[in-house]
Design a protein around this ligand. Structure first.
Ligand code: ACO
Length: 433
Protein backbone atom coordinates (compact mmCIF):
# COMPACT_ATOMS: atom_id res chain seq x y z
CA UNK A 1 0.00 0.00 0.00
CA UNK A 2 1.22 3.50 -0.77
CA UNK A 3 1.22 6.06 2.01
CA UNK A 4 -0.36 9.50 1.97
CA UNK A 5 0.71 12.32 -0.35
CA UNK A 6 0.49 16.08 -0.12
CA UNK A 7 -2.10 17.12 -2.69
CA UNK A 8 -2.71 20.76 -1.89
CA UNK A 9 -2.74 23.29 0.89
CA UNK A 10 -5.12 25.32 2.96
CA UNK A 11 -4.58 28.91 4.10
CA UNK A 12 -5.50 29.89 7.61
CA UNK A 13 -5.86 33.66 7.94
CA UNK A 14 -5.62 35.53 11.21
CA UNK A 15 -5.66 39.30 10.83
CA UNK A 16 -2.93 39.87 8.19
CA UNK A 17 -1.06 36.64 8.89
CA UNK A 18 -1.58 33.73 6.55
CA UNK A 19 -0.46 30.26 7.59
CA UNK A 20 -0.20 27.68 4.88
CA UNK A 21 -1.16 24.18 5.97
CA UNK A 22 -0.56 21.09 3.80
CA UNK A 23 -3.54 19.05 2.62
CA UNK A 24 -2.81 15.30 2.72
CA UNK A 25 -4.68 12.68 0.72
CA UNK A 26 -4.88 8.96 1.29
CA UNK A 27 -6.11 6.41 -1.25
CA UNK A 28 -9.84 7.09 -0.83
CA UNK A 29 -11.92 9.26 1.50
CA UNK A 30 -11.64 12.89 2.58
CA UNK A 31 -8.28 14.69 2.51
CA UNK A 32 -6.97 15.94 5.85
CA UNK A 33 -5.45 19.27 6.86
CA UNK A 34 -2.04 18.59 8.41
CA UNK A 35 -2.03 20.73 11.57
CA UNK A 36 1.10 19.20 13.13
CA UNK A 37 3.06 22.44 12.81
CA UNK A 38 0.10 24.70 13.65
CA UNK A 39 1.15 25.45 17.22
CA UNK A 40 4.73 26.21 16.22
CA UNK A 41 3.54 28.46 13.38
CA UNK A 42 0.59 30.25 15.03
CA UNK A 43 0.68 29.56 18.77
CA UNK A 44 -2.81 28.00 18.50
CA UNK A 45 -4.15 24.51 19.10
CA UNK A 46 -7.13 22.95 17.31
CA UNK A 47 -10.22 22.14 19.40
CA UNK A 48 -12.10 18.93 18.64
CA UNK A 49 -13.49 17.13 21.70
CA UNK A 50 -14.85 13.77 20.59
CA UNK A 51 -12.51 13.89 17.56
CA UNK A 52 -15.42 14.49 15.18
CA UNK A 53 -13.12 16.11 12.58
CA UNK A 54 -9.75 14.72 13.55
CA UNK A 55 -7.77 11.91 11.93
CA UNK A 56 -5.48 10.55 14.63
CA UNK A 57 -3.29 8.39 12.39
CA UNK A 58 -2.64 7.01 8.92
CA UNK A 59 -4.06 3.52 8.50
CA UNK A 60 -4.37 1.04 5.64
CA UNK A 61 -6.53 -1.52 7.44
CA UNK A 62 -10.19 -0.49 7.37
CA UNK A 63 -12.16 2.07 5.39
CA UNK A 64 -15.64 3.34 6.20
CA UNK A 65 -17.78 5.60 4.03
CA UNK A 66 -20.43 6.53 6.56
CA UNK A 67 -22.65 8.40 4.09
CA UNK A 68 -22.83 5.46 1.70
CA UNK A 69 -22.89 2.78 4.41
CA UNK A 70 -19.67 1.12 3.18
CA UNK A 71 -17.23 -0.86 5.32
CA UNK A 72 -14.14 -2.47 3.80
CA UNK A 73 -11.23 -4.35 5.33
CA UNK A 74 -8.05 -4.06 3.25
CA UNK A 75 -10.31 -3.17 0.29
CA UNK A 76 -12.75 -6.09 0.69
CA UNK A 77 -16.39 -5.26 1.43
CA UNK A 78 -17.75 -6.55 4.73
CA UNK A 79 -20.75 -8.12 2.96
CA UNK A 80 -18.39 -10.23 0.79
CA UNK A 81 -16.25 -11.23 3.73
CA UNK A 82 -19.32 -12.20 5.79
CA UNK A 83 -20.75 -14.21 2.89
CA UNK A 84 -17.66 -15.85 1.37
CA UNK A 85 -14.88 -15.82 3.95
CA UNK A 86 -14.42 -17.07 7.51
CA UNK A 87 -13.07 -15.49 10.68
CA UNK A 88 -9.58 -17.05 10.49
CA UNK A 89 -9.17 -15.67 6.97
CA UNK A 90 -10.40 -12.23 8.07
CA UNK A 91 -7.94 -12.29 10.99
CA UNK A 92 -5.10 -13.07 8.58
CA UNK A 93 -6.27 -10.33 6.21
CA UNK A 94 -6.46 -7.71 8.96
CA UNK A 95 -3.11 -8.66 10.46
CA UNK A 96 -1.10 -9.24 7.29
CA UNK A 97 -2.84 -7.15 4.65
CA UNK A 98 -3.72 -9.88 2.12
CA UNK A 99 -6.06 -12.85 1.95
CA UNK A 100 -4.06 -16.04 2.64
CA UNK A 101 -3.52 -18.82 0.11
CA UNK A 102 -4.43 -22.35 1.23
CA UNK A 103 -1.04 -23.14 2.79
CA UNK A 104 -0.90 -19.77 4.58
CA UNK A 105 -4.45 -20.20 5.86
CA UNK A 106 -3.81 -23.71 7.14
CA UNK A 107 -0.62 -22.63 8.91
CA UNK A 108 -2.29 -19.58 10.46
CA UNK A 109 -5.31 -21.60 11.64
CA UNK A 110 -2.97 -24.25 13.06
CA UNK A 111 -0.87 -21.65 14.90
CA UNK A 112 -3.94 -19.96 16.39
CA UNK A 113 -5.44 -23.33 17.37
CA UNK A 114 -2.22 -24.35 19.13
CA UNK A 115 -2.15 -21.19 21.26
CA UNK A 116 -5.67 -21.50 22.69
CA UNK A 117 -4.71 -22.98 26.07
CA UNK A 118 -4.08 -20.70 29.03
CA UNK A 119 -1.22 -21.02 31.47
CA UNK A 120 -2.70 -23.21 34.21
CA UNK A 121 -1.82 -20.69 36.92
CA UNK A 122 -3.81 -18.04 35.07
CA UNK A 123 -6.87 -20.23 35.51
CA UNK A 124 -6.48 -19.80 39.29
CA UNK A 125 -6.75 -16.07 38.71
CA UNK A 126 -10.44 -16.40 37.78
CA UNK A 127 -11.21 -17.81 41.20
CA UNK A 128 -10.22 -14.54 42.89
CA UNK A 129 -13.22 -12.78 41.40
CA UNK A 130 -16.50 -12.49 43.26
CA UNK A 131 -18.99 -15.16 42.30
CA UNK A 132 -21.32 -12.61 40.68
CA UNK A 133 -18.62 -10.61 38.85
CA UNK A 134 -19.62 -9.20 35.44
CA UNK A 135 -17.71 -11.21 32.80
CA UNK A 136 -16.38 -7.94 31.31
CA UNK A 137 -14.78 -7.14 34.69
CA UNK A 138 -13.13 -10.56 34.56
CA UNK A 139 -11.99 -9.97 30.96
CA UNK A 140 -10.32 -6.64 31.81
CA UNK A 141 -8.49 -8.27 34.73
CA UNK A 142 -7.48 -11.55 33.10
CA UNK A 143 -6.37 -10.04 29.78
CA UNK A 144 -4.29 -7.43 31.65
CA UNK A 145 -2.81 -10.29 33.69
CA UNK A 146 -1.58 -12.03 30.51
CA UNK A 147 1.34 -9.54 30.69
CA UNK A 148 2.47 -11.31 33.83
CA UNK A 149 2.38 -14.76 32.18
CA UNK A 150 3.84 -14.29 28.72
CA UNK A 151 7.03 -12.26 29.26
CA UNK A 152 8.57 -13.78 26.15
CA UNK A 153 6.21 -11.75 23.95
CA UNK A 154 6.26 -8.33 25.60
CA UNK A 155 9.30 -6.83 23.84
CA UNK A 156 7.34 -4.42 21.67
CA UNK A 157 10.39 -3.52 19.57
CA UNK A 158 10.79 -7.09 18.31
CA UNK A 159 8.40 -7.73 15.37
CA UNK A 160 8.48 -11.49 16.02
CA UNK A 161 7.44 -11.04 19.66
CA UNK A 162 4.75 -8.60 18.56
CA UNK A 163 3.31 -11.23 16.23
CA UNK A 164 3.50 -13.96 18.89
CA UNK A 165 1.63 -11.69 21.32
CA UNK A 166 -0.95 -10.98 18.60
CA UNK A 167 -1.49 -14.69 17.93
CA UNK A 168 -1.72 -15.40 21.65
CA UNK A 169 -4.35 -12.70 22.15
CA UNK A 170 -6.50 -13.87 19.20
CA UNK A 171 -6.14 -17.51 20.26
CA UNK A 172 -6.68 -17.15 24.00
CA UNK A 173 -9.55 -14.67 23.95
CA UNK A 174 -12.27 -17.34 23.31
CA UNK A 175 -10.83 -19.46 26.14
CA UNK A 176 -10.83 -16.49 28.52
CA UNK A 177 -14.33 -15.41 27.43
CA UNK A 178 -15.75 -18.92 27.84
CA UNK A 179 -14.09 -19.26 31.26
CA UNK A 180 -15.52 -15.90 32.35
CA UNK A 181 -18.95 -17.29 31.42
CA UNK A 182 -18.39 -20.64 33.13
CA UNK A 183 -17.25 -18.91 36.30
CA UNK A 184 -20.34 -16.68 36.34
CA UNK A 185 -22.70 -19.69 36.11
CA UNK A 186 -20.72 -21.89 38.51
CA UNK A 187 -19.79 -24.57 35.98
CA UNK A 188 -16.35 -26.18 35.57
CA UNK A 189 -14.05 -24.73 32.94
CA UNK A 190 -13.94 -26.60 29.62
CA UNK A 191 -10.56 -26.73 27.88
CA UNK A 192 -10.14 -25.99 24.16
CA UNK A 193 -10.27 -28.84 21.69
CA UNK A 194 -7.86 -28.70 18.76
CA UNK A 195 -10.06 -30.57 16.32
CA UNK A 196 -12.63 -27.79 16.32
CA UNK A 197 -12.74 -24.54 14.36
CA UNK A 198 -12.35 -21.19 16.14
CA UNK A 199 -16.10 -20.56 16.43
CA UNK A 200 -16.90 -24.19 17.24
CA UNK A 201 -14.26 -24.24 19.93
CA UNK A 202 -15.73 -21.17 21.56
CA UNK A 203 -19.24 -22.65 21.52
CA UNK A 204 -17.86 -25.92 22.91
CA UNK A 205 -15.93 -24.23 25.74
CA UNK A 206 -18.98 -22.10 26.58
CA UNK A 207 -21.79 -24.63 26.43
CA UNK A 208 -20.30 -28.11 26.95
CA UNK A 209 -20.17 -29.55 30.46
CA UNK A 210 -17.97 -32.49 31.54
CA UNK A 211 -21.06 -34.70 31.54
CA UNK A 212 -22.24 -33.76 28.06
CA UNK A 213 -20.74 -32.20 24.96
CA UNK A 214 -22.57 -29.31 23.31
CA UNK A 215 -24.07 -30.47 19.99
CA UNK A 216 -22.46 -28.34 17.31
CA UNK A 217 -24.60 -27.32 14.35
CA UNK A 218 -22.99 -26.02 11.14
CA UNK A 219 -25.60 -23.22 10.87
CA UNK A 220 -25.00 -22.04 14.43
CA UNK A 221 -21.19 -22.29 14.13
CA UNK A 222 -21.35 -20.37 10.85
CA UNK A 223 -23.54 -17.69 12.48
CA UNK A 224 -21.07 -17.40 15.37
CA UNK A 225 -18.18 -17.11 12.91
CA UNK A 226 -20.09 -14.43 10.97
CA UNK A 227 -20.77 -12.45 14.16
CA UNK A 228 -17.01 -12.52 14.81
CA UNK A 229 -16.33 -11.28 11.24
CA UNK A 230 -18.81 -8.42 11.60
CA UNK A 231 -17.11 -7.19 14.76
CA UNK A 232 -13.49 -7.77 13.73
CA UNK A 233 -12.43 -4.17 13.09
CA UNK A 234 -13.94 -0.73 12.65
CA UNK A 235 -11.04 1.70 12.09
CA UNK A 236 -10.41 4.34 14.78
CA UNK A 237 -13.40 3.71 17.08
CA UNK A 238 -13.16 4.54 20.79
CA UNK A 239 -11.70 1.21 21.96
CA UNK A 240 -9.21 0.97 19.08
CA UNK A 241 -8.10 4.54 19.71
CA UNK A 242 -7.71 3.58 23.37
CA UNK A 243 -5.50 0.63 22.39
CA UNK A 244 -3.41 2.90 20.17
CA UNK A 245 -3.13 5.58 22.85
CA UNK A 246 -2.13 3.04 25.51
CA UNK A 247 0.34 1.49 23.05
CA UNK A 248 1.80 4.86 22.09
CA UNK A 249 3.52 5.07 25.46
CA UNK A 250 5.25 1.74 24.85
CA UNK A 251 2.92 -0.31 27.07
CA UNK A 252 2.89 -4.06 26.36
CA UNK A 253 0.18 -5.46 24.05
CA UNK A 254 -1.70 -7.37 26.75
CA UNK A 255 -2.07 -4.20 28.84
CA UNK A 256 -3.15 -2.25 25.74
CA UNK A 257 -5.84 -4.77 24.84
CA UNK A 258 -7.10 -4.75 28.45
CA UNK A 259 -7.45 -0.96 28.08
CA UNK A 260 -9.42 -1.50 24.85
CA UNK A 261 -11.73 -3.95 26.60
CA UNK A 262 -12.37 -1.41 29.38
CA UNK A 263 -13.32 1.22 26.81
CA UNK A 264 -15.52 -1.17 24.83
CA UNK A 265 -17.57 -1.93 27.94
CA UNK A 266 -19.45 1.41 27.88
CA UNK A 267 -23.07 1.48 26.59
CA UNK A 268 -22.25 4.12 23.95
CA UNK A 269 -19.84 1.57 22.40
CA UNK A 270 -19.74 -2.22 22.79
CA UNK A 271 -22.17 -2.26 25.67
CA UNK A 272 -24.97 -1.21 23.30
CA UNK A 273 -26.01 -4.76 22.31
CA UNK A 274 -26.71 -5.54 25.96
CA UNK A 275 -28.53 -2.21 26.23
CA UNK A 276 -30.66 -3.02 23.13
CA UNK A 277 -31.99 -6.20 24.63
CA UNK A 278 -32.65 -4.53 27.98
CA UNK A 279 -34.50 -1.78 26.09
CA UNK A 280 -36.60 -4.31 24.11
CA UNK A 281 -37.55 -6.04 27.35
CA UNK A 282 -38.46 -2.69 28.88
CA UNK A 283 -40.64 -1.79 25.88
CA UNK A 284 -42.22 -5.22 26.19
CA UNK A 285 -44.78 -5.10 23.37
CA UNK A 286 -45.36 -3.55 19.95
CA UNK A 287 -48.09 -1.24 21.24
CA UNK A 288 -45.55 0.61 23.43
CA UNK A 289 -43.12 1.35 20.57
CA UNK A 290 -44.54 4.83 19.89
CA UNK A 291 -44.19 5.77 23.55
CA UNK A 292 -40.46 4.90 23.48
CA UNK A 293 -39.91 6.61 20.14
CA UNK A 294 -41.39 9.75 21.74
CA UNK A 295 -39.07 9.35 24.75
CA UNK A 296 -36.05 9.03 22.41
CA UNK A 297 -37.04 12.26 20.66
CA UNK A 298 -37.66 14.20 23.87
CA UNK A 299 -34.71 16.51 24.55
CA UNK A 300 -35.49 16.50 28.29
CA UNK A 301 -35.43 12.72 28.49
CA UNK A 302 -31.98 11.08 28.54
CA UNK A 303 -33.41 7.93 26.91
CA UNK A 304 -31.92 7.05 23.50
CA UNK A 305 -32.95 4.33 21.14
CA UNK A 306 -30.20 1.80 21.78
CA UNK A 307 -28.72 0.23 18.64
CA UNK A 308 -29.59 3.34 16.65
CA UNK A 309 -27.22 6.04 15.47
CA UNK A 310 -23.52 6.00 14.81
CA UNK A 311 -20.73 8.55 14.84
CA UNK A 312 -19.64 7.60 11.32
CA UNK A 313 -22.60 5.89 9.60
CA UNK A 314 -25.21 8.35 8.40
CA UNK A 315 -26.80 5.50 6.46
CA UNK A 316 -27.73 1.88 7.28
CA UNK A 317 -24.76 0.21 9.02
CA UNK A 318 -23.80 -2.54 6.49
CA UNK A 319 -23.10 -4.89 9.38
CA UNK A 320 -26.66 -4.47 10.67
CA UNK A 321 -28.03 -5.79 7.35
CA UNK A 322 -25.89 -8.96 7.53
CA UNK A 323 -26.77 -9.33 11.20
CA UNK A 324 -30.50 -9.10 10.48
CA UNK A 325 -30.19 -11.90 7.87
CA UNK A 326 -28.11 -14.05 10.24
CA UNK A 327 -30.72 -13.47 12.92
CA UNK A 328 -33.45 -15.02 10.77
CA UNK A 329 -31.18 -17.97 9.86
CA UNK A 330 -30.36 -18.73 13.49
CA UNK A 331 -33.96 -18.50 14.65
CA UNK A 332 -35.06 -20.81 11.79
CA UNK A 333 -32.33 -23.34 12.64
CA UNK A 334 -33.34 -23.30 16.29
CA UNK A 335 -37.00 -23.65 15.34
CA UNK A 336 -37.87 -20.39 17.11
CA UNK A 337 -40.99 -19.02 15.44
CA UNK A 338 -42.39 -15.55 16.04
CA UNK A 339 -39.67 -14.57 18.48
CA UNK A 340 -41.33 -11.62 20.28
CA UNK A 341 -38.09 -9.63 20.65
CA UNK A 342 -37.35 -9.94 16.92
CA UNK A 343 -40.88 -8.86 16.03
CA UNK A 344 -40.57 -5.93 18.41
CA UNK A 345 -37.15 -4.95 17.03
CA UNK A 346 -38.42 -5.03 13.45
CA UNK A 347 -41.44 -2.92 14.32
CA UNK A 348 -39.26 -0.45 16.22
CA UNK A 349 -36.86 -0.24 13.27
CA UNK A 350 -39.74 0.30 10.80
CA UNK A 351 -41.31 3.09 12.83
CA UNK A 352 -37.99 4.80 13.57
CA UNK A 353 -36.88 4.70 9.93
CA UNK A 354 -40.09 6.47 8.89
CA UNK A 355 -39.97 9.05 11.67
CA UNK A 356 -38.84 12.59 10.63
CA UNK A 357 -36.63 12.95 13.74
CA UNK A 358 -34.58 9.84 12.90
CA UNK A 359 -34.58 10.64 9.18
CA UNK A 360 -33.38 14.22 9.72
CA UNK A 361 -30.61 13.17 12.11
CA UNK A 362 -29.70 10.23 9.86
CA UNK A 363 -30.11 7.72 12.67
CA UNK A 364 -30.12 4.14 11.36
CA UNK A 365 -29.79 0.75 13.07
CA UNK A 366 -26.18 -0.10 13.92
CA UNK A 367 -24.52 -3.53 14.27
CA UNK A 368 -25.77 -3.91 17.83
CA UNK A 369 -29.44 -3.62 16.97
CA UNK A 370 -29.89 -7.27 15.95
CA UNK A 371 -26.84 -8.95 17.46
CA UNK A 372 -28.39 -9.19 20.94
CA UNK A 373 -31.37 -11.14 19.60
CA UNK A 374 -29.13 -13.72 17.91
CA UNK A 375 -26.86 -14.03 20.89
CA UNK A 376 -29.81 -14.54 23.21
CA UNK A 377 -31.20 -17.22 20.89
CA UNK A 378 -27.80 -18.95 20.93
CA UNK A 379 -28.08 -19.13 24.72
CA UNK A 380 -25.77 -16.32 25.82
CA UNK A 381 -26.87 -14.19 28.79
CA UNK A 382 -26.87 -10.44 28.11
CA UNK A 383 -23.81 -9.97 30.32
CA UNK A 384 -21.80 -11.96 27.74
CA UNK A 385 -22.72 -9.83 24.73
CA UNK A 386 -19.96 -7.27 25.11
CA UNK A 387 -17.52 -10.06 25.94
CA UNK A 388 -18.23 -11.58 22.51
CA UNK A 389 -17.65 -8.21 20.91
CA UNK A 390 -14.29 -7.94 22.72
CA UNK A 391 -13.33 -11.43 21.60
CA UNK A 392 -14.00 -10.61 17.94
CA UNK A 393 -12.53 -7.08 18.05
CA UNK A 394 -9.24 -8.35 19.49
CA UNK A 395 -7.88 -9.00 15.98
CA UNK A 396 -8.71 -5.42 14.96
CA UNK A 397 -7.04 -4.06 18.07
CA UNK A 398 -3.85 -6.06 17.54
CA UNK A 399 -3.75 -5.28 13.81
CA UNK A 400 -4.06 -1.55 14.54
CA UNK A 401 -1.52 -1.76 17.36
CA UNK A 402 0.97 -3.54 15.08
CA UNK A 403 0.41 -0.96 12.36
CA UNK A 404 1.08 1.83 14.84
CA UNK A 405 4.25 0.14 16.11
CA UNK A 406 5.56 -0.08 12.53
CA UNK A 407 4.69 3.53 11.71
CA UNK A 408 7.90 5.64 11.62
CA UNK A 409 5.89 8.79 12.47
CA UNK A 410 4.49 7.17 15.63
CA UNK A 411 4.74 9.34 18.77
CA UNK A 412 3.21 9.17 22.21
CA UNK A 413 -0.41 10.33 21.93
CA UNK A 414 -0.77 13.48 23.96
CA UNK A 415 -3.70 15.81 23.22
CA UNK A 416 -3.67 19.44 24.33
CA UNK A 417 -6.54 21.33 26.00
CA UNK A 418 -8.46 24.56 26.13
CA UNK A 419 -7.88 25.53 29.75
CA UNK A 420 -10.84 27.23 31.49
CA UNK A 421 -9.73 27.05 35.13
CA UNK A 422 -8.23 29.74 37.35
CA UNK A 423 -5.17 31.69 36.33
CA UNK A 424 -2.44 31.90 38.98
CA UNK A 425 -3.72 32.35 42.57
CA UNK A 426 -1.71 33.01 45.73
CA UNK A 427 -1.74 30.13 48.17
CA UNK A 428 -3.92 30.86 51.24
CA UNK A 429 -2.81 29.31 54.50
CA UNK A 430 -5.23 26.84 56.08
CA UNK A 431 -6.06 29.08 59.08
CA UNK A 432 -7.03 31.93 56.72
CA UNK A 433 -9.52 29.99 54.55
N1 ACO B 1 -31.79 7.93 19.93
C1 ACO B 1 -32.27 9.20 19.91
N2 ACO B 1 -31.56 10.27 19.51
C2 ACO B 1 -30.29 10.07 19.13
C3 ACO B 1 -29.71 8.77 19.12
C4 ACO B 1 -30.51 7.69 19.53
N3 ACO B 1 -30.01 6.43 19.56
N4 ACO B 1 -28.43 8.84 18.70
C5 ACO B 1 -28.20 10.14 18.44
N5 ACO B 1 -29.33 10.88 18.70
C6 ACO B 1 -29.49 12.33 18.48
C7 ACO B 1 -28.78 13.13 19.57
O1 ACO B 1 -29.66 13.44 20.63
C8 ACO B 1 -28.33 14.34 18.81
O2 ACO B 1 -29.43 15.22 18.70
P1 ACO B 1 -29.18 16.83 18.70
O3 ACO B 1 -28.34 17.11 17.50
O4 ACO B 1 -30.57 17.39 18.63
O5 ACO B 1 -28.47 17.14 19.98
C9 ACO B 1 -28.02 13.84 17.41
O6 ACO B 1 -28.82 12.64 17.26
C10 ACO B 1 -26.56 13.48 17.21
O7 ACO B 1 -26.16 12.60 18.25
P2 ACO B 1 -24.74 12.65 18.95
O8 ACO B 1 -24.84 12.04 20.32
O9 ACO B 1 -24.18 14.05 18.86
O10 ACO B 1 -23.93 11.72 17.98
P3 ACO B 1 -22.60 10.95 18.33
O11 ACO B 1 -21.93 10.70 17.06
O12 ACO B 1 -21.82 11.67 19.39
O13 ACO B 1 -23.11 9.60 19.02
C11 ACO B 1 -23.77 7.37 19.34
C12 ACO B 1 -23.16 8.38 18.37
C13 ACO B 1 -23.02 7.39 20.70
C14 ACO B 1 -23.61 5.95 18.77
C15 ACO B 1 -25.27 7.71 19.54
O14 ACO B 1 -25.96 7.64 18.31
C16 ACO B 1 -25.95 6.80 20.57
O15 ACO B 1 -25.86 7.08 21.79
N6 ACO B 1 -26.60 5.69 20.11
C17 ACO B 1 -27.20 4.73 21.02
C18 ACO B 1 -26.14 3.80 21.58
C19 ACO B 1 -25.62 2.81 20.55
O16 ACO B 1 -26.38 2.17 19.84
N7 ACO B 1 -24.28 2.66 20.51
C20 ACO B 1 -23.62 1.69 19.62
C21 ACO B 1 -22.74 2.37 18.65
S1 ACO B 1 -22.10 1.24 17.48
C22 ACO B 1 -20.86 0.44 18.24
O17 ACO B 1 -20.21 0.88 19.14
C23 ACO B 1 -20.59 -0.85 17.74
Amino acid sequence: MSSSTITGNVDLTENDNVTNLPLMSGSVGPAVVDVRKLYAQTGHFTYDPGFTSTASCESAITYIDGDQGVLMHRGYKIEDLAEKSDFMEVCYLLLKGELPNTAEKNKFTHDITYHTMLHEQLIQFFKGFRRDAHPMAIMVGVVGALSAFYHDSTDIHDPKQRMIASYRLIAKMPTIAAMAYKYSVGQPFIYPSNDLSYAENFLHMTFSVPAENYKLSPTISRAMDRIFILHADHEQNASTSTVRLAGSSGANPFACIAAGIACLWGPAHGGANEAVLNMLHEIGSVDRVQEFIAKAKDKDDPFRLMGFGHRVYKNYDPRAKVMQKACHEVLDELGIKDEPMLKLAMELEKIALEDPYFKEKKLFPNVDFYSGIILQALGFPTSMFTVLFALARTVGWVAQWNEMMEDPSQKIGRPRQLYTGYDHRDYVDLDKR
